[in-house]
Ligand binder design. Structure first.
Ligand code: CMC
Length: 381
């Protein structure tokens, strides 16, 4: 008999695809989208250029970019019946659930023959990238009784999202910071939500179902949901002195509780996205004034580096993202939806890649239960 296959919890390190979308070397903090370093993309490209790169494999020429930007801008609007769906949801519900519901609903409003139809695939992808920010902003307004603000086609993807939240056009720095934050979150290889998207896509379900399932996966506190919890956690810390911060971290580690915004399955050094986000946070503070919670975060990072840095536990992307979003005026429970707005282009890049050479996912299991039992009569159980 063949050897039993080894069980690897969380499939850690098990390849689930051949991919050319995103390269990570977690030992040195290297992150590249289709071979381009994240640092260069963040500095030189917009989110729209990055989304084009992820979806279609190459950075756009000037002409391709104009066409893509226009297509995204014209597809931002929501059908009024999707807005009606949002209006039926309880206003106390989490925005990630509202987003999942709306995106799942897209499948009914935009039916396609089959994902084998290349135009249906492309159009669904563009629609999803274009409309997710509108759903999130519309939900945010509907839940407090305000009318959604229609998207403005003359604004870029990031600036338009901030505009749709409160109706105020962001200044250049705020729009740039939002844009870079979207680029940083756009893709990250085979994480839980991307794997979810690929599994759903592998059944030849439509892209709306694949993205809806990925949004559900992203919502969990160990994945995208961590960014909300970082700010909540920082607010519980006594930041009056470095010693107080250290005591807090030591206590929490002694209780074996996770410290949100630290640790990563892949990175064993500081996440390169956290480095870039920290730079953005600093720019925002120079323009709009400092936030004490940032100094506390920096102190916690210093203490954690001394306590557990040697174990490869360092800040991940979520550690500074919440601080940046808060400064941009984004409500805390929209942090994870913002992650989804960005990551949708990565999910779709993987979906398109999966469909190019598809085989339905069907892993095996290791049986640990009893076998060959006989059903006893009900009175004998
Ligand atoms: N705080 C304290 N200890 C930690 C942390 C942390 N944040 N992360 C890992 N460790 C310890 C863990 O206790 C374990 O120690 P030991 O070997 O003594 O039992 C060791 O490091 C390995 O941890 P693990 O949980 O087995 O690592 P993993 O690769 O399964 O999990 C993780 C990775 C991101 C789920 C985990 O680090 C974590 O829960 N971090 C906090 C939540 C968080 O910030 N998530 C955002 C991740 S980045 C964005 C995203 O992917 O969505």
């Amino acid at each position: 008999m063949a050897d039993k296959p080894e069980y690897i919890p969380g499939l850690a390190g098990v390849p689930a695809a051949r991919s050319s979308v995103c390269l990570i070397d977690g030992s040195v903090g290297k992150l590249q989208y289709r071979g381009y370093p994240i640092e260069q993309l963040a500095e030189q490209c917009t989110y729209e250029e990055t989304a084009h790169l992820l979806l279609f494999g190459e950075l756009p020429t000037r002409e391709q970019l104009e066409t893509f930007e226009q297509e995204l801008a014209t597809r931002r609007k929501l059908k009024f019946r999707i807005v009606d769906v949002l209006k039926q949801l309880p206003e106390s519900g989490h925005p990630m659930d509202a987003l999942t519901a709306a995106v799942a609903g897209f499948g009914m409003f935009y039916p396609g023959d089959h994902v084998a139809d290349l135009e249906f695939r492309r159009l669904s992808a563009v629609r999803l990238v274009a409309k997710l920010p509108t759903v999130v902003a519309a939900w945010h307004r509907i839940r407090r009784g305000d009318d959604p603000i229609p998207p403005r086609p003359d604004l870029g993807h990031a600036a338009n999202f901030l505009y749709m939240l409160e109706g105020e056009e962001p200044d250049e720095l705020a729009a740039k910071v939002m844009d870079v934050a979207l680029t940083l979150h756009a893709e990250h290889s085979m994480n839980a939500s991307t794997f979810t998207a690929r599994v759903t896509a592998s059944t030849l379900a439509d892209p709306y179902a694949a993205v809806a399932s990925a949004i559900g996966s992203l919502a969990g506190p160990l994945h995208g949901g961590a960014n909300e919890r970082v700010l909540a956690m920082l607010r519980t810390i006594d930041g009056s002195s470095p010693e107080a911060v250290r005591r807090w971290a030591e206590d929490r580690l002694a209780r074996k509780e996770k410290i949100m915004g630290f640790g990563h399955r892949v990175y064993k050094v500081k996440d390169p996205r956290a480095v870039i986000l920290q730079g953005l946070a600093t720019q925002l503070f120079e323009r709009y004034g400092a936030t004490p919670i940032y100094d506390l975060a920096v102190e916690l990072e210093r203490q954690m580096s001394e306590l557990v840095g040697h174990k490869g536990i360092a800040p991940n992307v979520d550690f500074y993202s919440g601080i940046v979003y808060e400064k941009l005026g984004i409500p805390v429970d929209l942090f994870t939806p913002v992650f989804a707005i960005a990551r949708v282009s990565g999910w779709l890049a993987h979906l398109l890649e999966q469909l190019q050479d598809n085989r339905i996912f069907r892993p095996s299991q290791i049986w640990v239960g009893e076998a060959d039992r006989t059903v006893p009569p009900i009175d004998a159980r």
